[in-house]
Design a protein around this ligand. Structure first.
Ligand code: MEV
Length: 311
């Protein structure tokens, strides 16, 4: 029997990094997915994906596994233990989400793999999928806030803090343009850099956290009112906060500045220091926004995914 699941990519509209320190974030899942297919077979764990392949004994030490494959091996080992199986598992991953550029490919992979692998034994609830996906992600990114895994699991637009999620029942008039700088980053390294900034400048960081919190409360009202102009202005302010904590760079700044010339607002999405920027648009400025950047950057218009993980 094969068990197939998929989970969506995500963008962060507001609050990345500050969410790691207890603030809120506003996230949205988008219509690019990662697909994971699992099968009980043989006596090893076998993983294949566009990032490479691995074949390993079922009882291999998780710390010794290459970090690219570690979350999947962790999930396979946990499921085999939990359901007292002596078999192996074969896992295949196919992704529409570019990896390492802030669109949540790693979280989406953990969510889709948790659903697919545990689905070999019993249909898991979304709560179980999320719990296992966060444990798997922590094998490579200990400090994760859990924001990305939550939105990849439940889908839609959501307010997230470490206290929980609030799915927003909206019918937004805006669209999101995603522009990929094609500069890969490591989320855990960028998060460590922000930790250092916080330690070196505790007062500045604390003020920025407060400012970001107020900004998000106002942005949530804009979202409810569908006020795209006001929301765009707040995205520009959020970008300024991210620049202050040192997660932007010259390439991202110039992409954001060009996008700001035609869209309502633009900012980094996700960890920064590379990766993607997003721009807020509607029917009036979508085409212009898609064409404003050099063709060396990958630009696309994203639709909001309302489904989350699916099997
Ligand atoms: C990464 O997409 C978002 C960060 O806030 C990290 C996290 O929330 O775990 C940078």
């Amino acid at each position: 029997m094969k068990s197939v699941s998929s989970a969506p990519a995500k963008v962060i509209l507001f609050g990345e990094h500050f969410v790691v320190y207890g603030g809120k974030a506003v996230l949205c899942s988008i219509n690019r997915r990662i697909f994971v297919e699992s099968e009980i077979t043989g006596d090893k764990i076998i993983v294949s994906s566009a990032l490479g392949s691995l074949e390993t004994p079922v009882n291999s030490r998780i710390e010794s596994v290459d970090s690219v494959f570690r979350p999947i091996i962790f999930l396979a080992q946990k499921a085999l233990r939990q359901f007292s199986s002596n078999s192996g598992i074969k896992v295949s991953v196919r992704s529409e989400i570019p990896s390492g550029v802030g669109l949540g490919s790693s979280s989406a992979c953990c969510v889709a793999a948790a659903s697919s692998i545990f689905g070999l034994f019993a249909r898991p609830s979304k709560e179980e999928i999320l719990k296992n996906a966060i444990e798997a992600e922590k094998t490579i990114f200990e400090r994760t806030s859990g924001a990305d895994t939550n939105v990849c699991t439940y889908g839609g637009i959501m307010e997230y803090s470490k206290d929980g999620i609030k799915k927003m029942d909206l019918n937004p008039s805006f669209k999101i343009v995603v522009a990929n700088s094609k500069m890969a980053h490591s989320t855990s390294q960028v998060v460590a850099k922000v930790k250092k900034f916080k330690e070196d400048h505790p007062d500045v960081f604390s003020t920025l956290c407060d400012n970001e919190s107020s900004l998000i409360e106002e942005a949530l009202e804009d979202l409810k009112r569908n006020d795209v102009v006001s929301l765009g202005i707040k995205m520009r302010v959020n970008q300024a906060h991210l620049e202050k904590i040192g997660v932007s760079n010259q390439t991202l700044n110039s992409m954001v500045s060009l996008l700001n010339g035609v869209a309502y607002g633009a900012k980094i999405t996700g960890a920064g220091d590379g990766g993607c920027v997003i721009a807020l648009v509607n029917g009036k400025n979508l085409d212009k926004t898609l064409s404003v950047l050099d063709s060396k950057y990958d630009c696309f218009s994203a639709e909001i995914d309302t489904v989350g993980v699916q099997s």
